[in-house]
Design a protein around this ligand. Structure first.
Ligand code: SAH
Length: 252
């Protein structure tokens, strides 16, 4: 007789503001037996987790990325043998640069029941809280979400920055800070002018949110001068200029 398996819920925690967590996700946190969470999940969201749940910080597990991923999946499989509700809690949306798709596929392969609960991705929320409407009708008919992680090419198709410069009016970059000089250079080679506006939004939707607005010509030196650090979303395109009109509040 095989034991009844628990279910793993891949839940998006949103960008940080607890008010942006979905009701479905919150109910799961209140009823979970085990919660395995990532580094970018904000403290007020962790505070929603039931006191009786076992909380495990996946980010603290040692090893390289792939190993870490395998270990985390293995942990979820183990927990599903002995517990009913297992929440895999990820920052933003689990399927947007969060490796949720890979985790879900592995769990399905292992025969574990699994369900995804989307979250508000930081690429949408951080610009919004900085007063940047990604597709304002007067300026942009398209937006591209892209990873700027330098080793991205090892795991996924290489980003064609020049094609993105030509094909998308608004560009939203995740994990782009480390590689910003290269990205800015590639986008200009793809046809963007040095005066194109760029915003960096750090810790978007959290009380400590900060933003830096510049142009492609000046952003790299400004990041250095201000020691602007990750995690940040970069937004590139004329919609960035609307921030001065629309940005009236942070997280109220
Ligand atoms: N699944 C997440 C993204 C994970 S990749 C999502 O949907 O938001 C991690 C990157 O997301 C960070 O390097 C940063 O670029 C971005 N990020 C996550 N939370 C953020 C926040 N609150 N403010 C700004 N950027 C954030």
């Amino acid at each position: 007789m095989s034991p009844t398996l628990g279910k793993v819920y891949l839940v998006g925690a949103g960008p940080g503001d607890p008010g942006l967590m979905t009701l479905k996700g919150k109910t799961l946190l209140e009823n979970a037996d085990v919660v395995v969470y990532d580094a970018l999940v904000s403290p007020p969201i962790l505070a929603m987790i039931s006191d009786r749940a076992e909380k495990i910080h996946a980010g603290k597990r040692r090893g390289r990325h792939s190993k870490l991923q395998e270990e985390t999946t293995q942990l979820l499989i183990e927990k599903a043998q002995t517990h009913a509700i297992i929440v895999r809690l990820k920052g933003g949306d689990p399927f947007v640069f969060g490796r949720g798709g890979e985790e879900m596929a592995d769990l399905i392969k292992a025969g574990i029941p699994v369900e995804v609960v989307p979250g508000i991705t930081s690429g949408i929320a951080a610009p919004a809280y900085a007063g940047i409407p990604l597709t304002h009708r007067d300026y942009s008919s398209s937006v591209t979400f892209v990873t700027g992680h330098e080793s991205a090419g090892k795991y996924r198709p290489q980003v064609n920055w020049q094609a993105i410069a030509q094909g998308s009016e608004t560009i939203v970059i995740y994990m782009g800070l480390h590689n910003l000089g290269y990205i800015v250079d590639q986008l200009q080679q793809g046809g963007l002018t040095s005066q194109t506006a760029i915003a960096l939004v750090r810790w978007g939707t959290r009380p400590e949110q900060e933003q830096l607005i510049a142009t492609l010509a000046t952003i790299v030196e400004q990041v250095e001068a201000q020691q602007f650090e990750a995690p940040a979303i970069a937004v590139i395109g004329s919609v960035v200029n609307l921030h001065s009109i629309l940005r009236t509040f942070v997280g109220t």
